[in-house]
Every structure is written in structure tokens, then in C-alpha cells.
Design a protein around this ligand. Sequence first.
Ligand SMILES: Nc1ncnc2c1ncn2[C@@H]1O[C@H](COP(=O)(O)OP(=O)(O)O)[C@@H](O)[C@H]1O
Ligand SMILES: [Mg+2]
Length: 691
Amino acid sequence: MGTPVNIVVGSHVWIEDPEVSWIDGQVLKINGKDAEIEATNGKKVVANLSKIYPKDMEAPPGGVDDMTKLSYLHEPGVLQNLKARYELNEIYTYTGNILIAINPFQRLPHIYGAHMMQQYKGAPFGELSPHVFAVADVAYRAMINEKKSNSILVSGESGAGKTETTKMLMQYLAFLGGRAGTEGRTVEQQVLESNPVLEAFGNAKTVRNNNSSRFGKFVEIQFDKSGRISGAAIRTYLLERSRVCQINDPERNYHCFYLLCAAPQEEIEKYKLGNPRSFHYLNQSKCYELADVSDAREYLATRRAMDIVGISQKDQEAIFRVVASILHIGNIEFTKGKDIDSSVPKDDKSKFHLKTTAELLMCDADALEDALCKRVMITPEEVIKRSLDPQSAAISRDGLAKTIYSRLFDWLVDKINNSIGQDPNSKSLIGVLDIYGFESFKSNSFEQFCINFTNEKLQQHFNQHVFKMEQEEYTKEQINWSYIEFVDNQDVLDLIEKKPGGIIALLDEACMFPKSTHETFANKLYQTFKNHKRFIKPKLSRTDFTIAHYAGEVLYQSDQFLDKNKDYVVPEHQDLLSASKCYFVSGLFPPLPEETSKSSKFSSIGSRFKLQLQSLMETLNSTEPHYIRCVKPNNQLKPAIFENVNIMQQLRCGGVLEAIRISCAGYPTRRAFFEFINRFGILATEAMEAK
Ligand SMILES: Nc1ncnc2c1ncn2[C@@H]1O[C@H](COP(=O)(O)OP(=O)(O)O)[C@@H](O)[C@H]1O
Ligand SMILES: [Mg+2]
């Protein structure tokens, strides 16, 4: 990247620096291919000329609103520009038509109010300061004028601001396509109010974000012929189930549990709740409260939002009864029973929670105990009940809690969709995608694998769009332009999803074969991908594997892959809950068709996720995409801290630098012929007259 320029003694330059990514300085001496530089931090550094970039001394101190306006388009220039703007609370910057949004970690009401929406309405793109509203406006105009569907893809790592950005996009679209002065619940109001409902059940405090969405979301807003919102559909992806039973300090479980524990007294009594510290599913972490958030107030707000999205009082009562039951389930502990390898509730406290769970779920307490502590074995001769040891009973208990919770979440999404309603006659839509960004932790499991798979898919979409479209544009206009190589990640996608032979396919095979363990699965991977460029077997491990993703290498621990990929409800749990006297609970567990019940047929989460992604990609491919890349400026979640190295890494992962490189390599500004003549025709009056 970068323009070749002469670097001489006295030149102001940028050089790489391990602490701040890029540091500026002045060239003191040049010896052959090396230059000695005095950096502004006082250090003297020697660096190869090829690694030194010129610093634009005339760059406006407040930065430029579009990177393509920089005189030197290189990494340090981009970083410096973002930094200068961020210092002035200018959190948005364009790179051509990609919007970069840096999380301000503070409310900036002056840039979001109704007056701002009014300003952006219909304003030509690029005329006003960069903004999410401008992106939404372009998408809306394009939809109206070209009668084509559009999509806005919001990406970035956890805590970067995706969900907030998505909410603002939806607010703006509701502003453009809403009906003024309509009575009652309008579609756009319901779409907006679906956020607090989904957040209460699908968001949690994590290390990275106090309100982290633990699921992916694609909201499709449908418009009628006159550009009014006429329907909407929300699709969700892969809710993190493990959080229901297991959390680590300083994270929290899903918000709804804490909200319910802060509900008005009569509800607390009805559900036999109390301090969140008394529940196993909550007290594994010492974090109970969120700074500046009142759970009691949020509880009431969630109930109100539920009213607006059309969830009846009766259903709301059932929903929170189920939430309470999960807290009680978690408090049932087991100890050894009389028979070997059997288990019983540990003490009176456990018996109390068991009884309360049964009451809340409206099922038989003895049947609940059996479903937790026993498994039915069907042999050709007879049906035997086999006991589980205390440890297996606890696993069975957690399985039940996770299943109920994920069914509850799916129910909410379905309900919201049904109540908002779809417009079958809608010709065009705007889709807004808010989905987890690339993840690489110390320990990475099946969830990270699926998340990173998603990001590979989206990265390919981005590559194809930005790079291939650029190429096609030049070809179409017969402009001579040499093709720039770009990194294609099809090989990683093949490694993961190819059928047969990809990792997901091999995982499914392993899950169906009763004798498989994570060791045999890992071995199969090692053999199959011995020579794959993107697959690495770590030297010291016999079960871990590394994938070289587009954004970097990630080391996965295979030990829970098999369990986490299996999506089946224990038949005992299914029978128990489908027999509940509560319509809501039995509705979450409709009876299975005869042939599948009892046999523990396995369905694969990985494969289902792959299909969901395929369908998402098909939808996206039929739309005109717009990209917003959210950036998290620091890990302290505080305003005004701009961590260079951290941000540089995110710009790389998001393909921002690649996109800049390609637009520089071509012709970054484009004008339609007619527009061009209008504007510049005055410079060639003879030509104009001749015409
Ligand atoms: N545009 C913004 N203005 C003010 N605060 C923001 C903005 N975007 C993000 N934040 C803050 O950052 C937090 C994390 O943002 P969020 O959208 O939940 O991240 P993500 O969805 O990418 O994980 C929010 O709870 C909010 O405090
Ligand atoms: Mg989010």
C-alpha cells in the first residue's frame, strides 16, 4: 500500500512501532537502503526504506471524512485520520462507501436526534458528515428508485457497537417509512420494541460488553409500493445455550433472570424467588448488578415492550414462570441414592426446588425427579429404568434447563414475527444484519468455530462485492485497469463446509458413530487435512486443531465439539414437558411424530447452522449491500481512549485496509456521464456546443 515517494534526509515519515503501531518522526540519515529516524517519542530507530511511509504534513488537523481523500493512503495515514477525528468525537468516517464507526462509549445525543434524521433525509451521500443515517438513507433511496432490495451489514468484534448501530438504522428507517399519527401499535413501533424484548432474553454482560448479544440477528424490513413499512421478519442465529448453566466472573447470565429477581414483590412471592445470590445459575459469578442499570426498571420496561410487540398478559405470565423455573432447576442438587450409581435430591432444600420447579412448569414432581435421575432403556423384552449417578443427574438437569431456555427464546422470536406480520405483497426490503464478529480467545470451542465460520462467509461476500464488483465495473466501462490480487478465502470455507469431507461433515459422522470420542474425531481431522494449507495440527496436542482464518489463526479445543453439535432433547424430558398442564410449557414441547420419538435421533447443530447461513447468503446476494464496520477503540469500554494496535488489528480483520487498497489502485471517484457533463461541461464549451 502507499504511493512511491522520495524519502530524503529531513522527510517527515511514519515507522512501525510495537507499542503504538505507527509512530511519526524525521529522517536523520540515509545509509543505502536503511534510514535513521528520530521518532517523536525521542527514540532513534533504524528502518528499511521500504518500511517507511511519508507523513502528510498538510493533512487537515481534524482529519478528512473520507479516507479516499487522504493524499497518502497507507496504514499510518488511515490510523492517524481516525484518531484525529475520534478526538473531536467524529466517530464516523467513510472509506468510499464503507462506513467506519468507532464506538464513542458515551452518549452523543446531538448527532442522533430527530433534527438530525430530518437533515439526512434525502441528502446526497457524502454531502453531510458521515453517519449511519446517511447509509440508511442511501439504502432506502436505492430501494425506492431501483425497486431493488438492499441490505446493511454491520460487523465488528463484541462491544464494537453493532447492536447500537443496528438500532439507529432501524430508527431511521422507521422515520422514513413510518406512518405519521397512526393510532395503536404500528409495524415500525413493533420492530423497534422487539429490541428490548430480545435483549432481555438474548443479551448478557460479558467481559467485552455489558450488553452483549449472544445470538446473531437479521431483521428484514418490508416496504409497500409507496415506500411505507408494511411488515418485518426477524431471523436469529445460534443463541449461546451454555450460558444458562455456566458463567464465569465477571460475566452475568441472561438479563431476564436478574430482571425477574427485581420484579415487584407479589411476583417474587408467586415464583418463590429472592436474591439472585441464592441461585446456582447466577452465583457462579460475583457480578449481579450492572453499572447505571436498574433491573427493577428494566423489568417493567421489558413487560411494556412485550405489550407493544403483542405478547398477551397470559403469555407474559407463563414466560416469566418458565424463567423462574429454570432458576429453581439449577438449585436441585443430587447425592447418591440407595442403589449403586443412583441419585436422589440431596436435601430438603433440593426437594423444595424440585417441587417448586414442578409447580411452575405444571408437571408432576415425581415424574420430574425421574426425568432428571433416570433414563428409560427399551430392550426387545422389556422397558427398564436405569438410574443415573449424581454427576450424570446434574448434567441431565443442566440439559433440561438449556433446552427449555432455548425453546423459550425461539418461541419469543416466532411470536414477535407473527404479531408484527409479514407483507406477502412487499416487493422490496431492507435487511439489517447484526452478527457476532470474529472471535479468538484463549480457549475456543464449537461456538467460536461457528462464529468464525459465519465471518468467513461474510468476508467472502465482502470480498466478492468490493473486489469483484470493482473489477466488473472497470470491465463494463472498458477502462484499462490491471487486476489486483486479493485474498480469496474459498479454501477456508471448503475446509469447514465442504460436503463430503469438510470439518462439519466429519463432525456429523463422528456424532452418529456411537464409539466416537473427541480423540477419534481429532485424529480423523489430522489425517484428512494433513496437507491442507489452512489446517494445522499443533505439535503438543492430540485433540486441538488450528484453522488459519482470514483474520488470523485460531486454536480450537475439540473436546466438546461432539456434545455441542448434538441437538436432541432427552426423550424423558420431552415426555415430561409435553405432558405439562400449562398450555405454554406443553406448547414449547409439541409431541414428536411417532417414528422419531423414543429413538434418540441426532440432528446436527453444525449442519443446521450451515443451512441457515446458506439461506442468509442467498438473501444477501439478492440485495444491494452496504457495509458498516464497527470498531472498538479500547478494552476498558471507556470514552476517549484510542488504542492504536488494537484498532489496526480490527481494521485488518474487517477488510477495511484491503478495500482502501483496491479503491486507490483504481479510480476512487466516479461520476455518471450526465452528471459529469453538467458539472464540468463549462470547461469545454466547444464540445458542448458541438453536441
Ligand atoms: N453510537 C454509540 N453511542 C453511544 N454509545 C455507544 C454507541 N455504540 C455503542 N455504544 C456503547 O457500547 C456498548 C456496546 O455496544 P453494542 O452495540 O452492544 O456492541 P456489539 O453489539 O457490537 O457487541 C453499548 O452498550 C453502548 O454503551
Ligand atoms: Mg450486540
